[in-house]
Design a protein around this ligand. Sequence first.
Ligand code: HEM
Length: 147
Amino acid sequence: MRTASEHAKTIVKATAPVIEKHGVDITTAMYKRLFQNEDVKEMFDAAAQESGEQPRRLANAILAYSKNIDKLENLGPAVTRMVQRHVETGVKAEHYPYVAEALLPAIRDVLGAEVATDEVLAAWGEAYWMLADILIAAEAEAYAAAA
Ligand code: HEM
């Protein structure tokens, strides 16, 4: 399990207001990058993209995470819901790098290099992998239980 450093957590919490303001722009840009991979694109419900619903869900999840990164117990039900959808759609550990590689550049695209500095992106990278490892472990358990 990877954990974000205290420094990274501080930066992530401090960027919550910009995530609140620009979250949907970021996740919309992130899905545009992610869906360059056709196999990954097929995992998603097209209607939930076109209505903007899935970009909103992901933006809300990222915002809640940035606010609660030092009290993750607050995210319990949201994490359960993500794990459930991920297991239904066949998300596996090997998919997580694709989302990281789409999300971090999308943050920079939308916020610009002056706000999304290398330090900010590195902090979000640490935070991403901390949450990813929580999800990956819970999903592995759910797949094992279903087998
Ligand atoms: C830390 C990383 C991730 C976060 C925070 C995250 C978050 C979410 C959230 C909030 C939802 C919506 C759950 C709901 O229905 O309420 C969701 C659904 C979903 N996620 Fe993720 N996710 C992550 C990684 C991934 C990865 C790596 C993949 C695979 C490429 C993936 C594929 C999906 C799919 C296919 C759905 C269902 C969306 C639909 O209905 O079209 N996610 N995720």
